[in-house]
Design a protein around this ligand. Structure first.
Ligand code: HEC
Ligand code: HEC
Length: 340
């Protein structure tokens, strides 16, 4: 099993390197990206530090639980995805893996790193307007990013995921605050998303891996994606964090095209913003009952793409900006500082 995984990772690294090379060459050729040759991104999935390498664990029941949690995190659709044989274990509605957004098995800085996350809970959550536990937070991603349903809190899968996350955070400080939490901050352009530019950036920087219909590319005869979809029926739904333009732009800036890190981004803030807007304007699964999110509407992030809002700005402006006027409104009227 681990060998197969290594082969897949190998294939991914090689394909990614080739595609990135093509993109870079093409970008330089078309003059779209002013490349600085001292900071070309390197593609290396073996960035996972030995501190987080589950294969170094022993065979105790506790270690086995952590290893299964890692498996589940990396290859989610094989265990809880919509195509598995045991229908009582189907919790995801799509074939994404947790690690498609939380890169390097949840340890990559600024891809919503989950190192220390268990210690950061319980935590006040504005979407539910209550104190939420780590299990409820995981189910948040289950219902939205994975377009699925809640895993029972006492299921083996939930236990395994929590134990894996605990384990990667075992060396973090007591409060779980670590470098690289959340996403890279960007300077939001003081204008609406330019969808034309977004489409252009997508064509040049993303389409080779994610496909012209955003459908991604699957590994052969597998539920797993080599390159995950960005929209369409197998993607995250419109209630997911990634469906907010500001969140998606920040994720993209520090992590895409595949291989970049926060230290070597290649998209400008403007291009990340535009391509995020372009992706999130495409069709994706719709989550029901979104009107019940954020019982206190003042806690709703400004780029949440669905109503209701506690302001008079249009739905379109909440989806595509400009966000500065909305941010200024909440500051002035409620003295609230909005960041996403
Ligand atoms: C489509 C992308 C995506 C996928 C897939 C995904 N997540 Fe997330 N996850 C996010 C985003 C974006 C955030 C941060 C949301 C925000 O800023 O409100 C997040 C936040 C979290 C958090 C809280 C992090 C913190 O710092 O407080 C946890 C825990 C989490 N995810 C676990 C999971 C698990 C477990 C899976 C797989 C079952 C998963 N996620 C799948 C996008 C994703
Ligand atoms: C070289 C291939 C490659 C290119 C080019 C690329 N991506 Fe990705 N992308 C990936 C891979 C692989 C993942 C999943 C990461 C993982 O599992 O480690 C991913 C994940 C994502 C995700 C989160 C997962 C999901 O399916 O929603 C988003 C959003 C995303 N990419 C957007 C972009 C955008 C926008 C561009 C262009 C600016 C881009 N990508 C270019 C390979 C690529």
């Amino acid at each position: 099993m681990e060998d197969i995984q290594k082969i897949f990772i190998g294939i991914k690294v090689i394909c990614s390197a080739l595609i990135l090379l093509i993109i870079i060459t093409f970008s330089i050729y078309t003059g779209l990206v002013p490349i600085n040759f001292t900071s070309l991104p390197t593609v290396d999935l073996h960035e996972i530090k030995s501190e987080y390498d589950v294969s170094l664990l022993d065979e105790s029941p506790k270690s086995k639980l952590v290893k299964y949690g890692f498996e589940l995190f990396q290859n989610t659709p094989n265990y809880i995805g919509p195509n598995i044989y045991d229908s009582t274990k189907i919790f995801s509605g799509n074939n994404l893996a947790c690690s498609n957004c939380h890169l390097w098995a949840g340890t990559k800085p600024f891809s919503a790193s989950l190192v220390g996350v268990v210690k950061r809970f319980p935590q006040y959550r504005s979407r539910e307007h209550k104190l939420g536990t780590i299990k409820e937070r995981i189910n948040g991603c289950m219902e939205r990013s994975m377009n699925g349903s809640m895993m029972p809190l006492d299921s083996y899968e939930m236990k395994a995921l929590v134990n894996y996350l605990k384990w990667i955070g075992r060396n973090s400080p007591k409060e779980g605050e670590v470098f690289g939490q959340g996403f890279m901050k960007i300077n939001l352009p003081n204008r609406a998303v330019n969808l034309e530019n977004g489409r252009e950036i997508y064509k040049v920087q993303c389409v080779l891996c994610h496909g012209s219909k955003g459908e991604g590319i699957k590994e052969m005869e597998s539920n797993l994606y080599l390159y995950p979809p960005l929209w369409g029926p197998d993607s995250y739904n419109n209630g997911a964090g990634m469906s907010r333009v500001i969140t998606a732009a920040q994720f993209i800036k520090g992590n895409m095209p595949y291989g970049v890190t926060y230290e070597s981004p290649i998209l400008s803030d403007e291009d990340a913003y535009d391509v995020a807007g372009y992706i999130n304007q495409q069709e994706r699964p719709i989550k029901i009952n979104l009107q019940f999110d954020f019982p206190d509407l003042n806690g709703k992030p400004v780029s949440t793409p669905y109503p209701p809002y506690n302001d008079e700005f249009s739905l379109k402006q909440h989806q595509l900006g400009p966000f500065q006027p909305i941010i200024a409104y909440y500051k002035q009227k409620f003295n609230l500082v909005k960041k996403k």
